[in-house]
Design a protein. Sequence first.
Length: 182
Amino acid sequence: MIGSHAAGHGARAQQGTEAADRDGSGGADTGPSPVDRRKTGSRPHPICDGLGTPLKVITTAANVNDVTQTLALVDGIPPVAGRTGRPRHRPEALLGDKGYDSKAHCDELRRRRILPAISRKGSPNIKGMGKLRYVVEQTFALLHHFKRLAVRWERRTELHDAFVSLACCLICWRRLRKPNYD
C-alpha cells in the first residue's frame, strides 16, 4: 500500500541561523505546499504492508506528484524473510489512491508481476477502498508519534531521512517484539 500525506511537513528555519537569514527557504527537498498557502514543505511517501508496517519511506518536496515515486518505492522494498525459500522482494499487489494513477506505471507494475489496485482518475471510488486506505493513514499516525517527524525541523534531507528510518525501525521492532510470559 502506498500513500502520501497531503499536509506534509515544513522545514522550519530557526531565527538567527545562517540559512534562515540567507534565503528563508526550507532547505533541500522542499517546495511550495499546495495546501498551505505556498509555504515550503516536504511530504513523506510510504509503502507499507497490509498491517501498516512501513517498508520504505521517501521524502520529497510538497509539490511533487505522487505518481513519480511509485516505482522508486516498489524498488526500495527490502527482502522480507519468514517462509522457507528465497525472501520476497516485491508485493503480490499494490494498492494506491488516485494520485498514483498512471497507465505507464501500472503497465510497469504488471510487467514486474505486481497487480496494481489503483483507483482511476475521473471514475467513482472503489467500494471498500477506505478500509484499505486506513492502513496507510495508520502508518502516518505511527510515524507522527515521533514528534521530530510531525514537523520537519531539519534543513538537511539526510538528517530527516535518518530520523524517518530510525522511526521505521522502531515501529518494526515494536511489532516484531513478542511479550515474554515465562
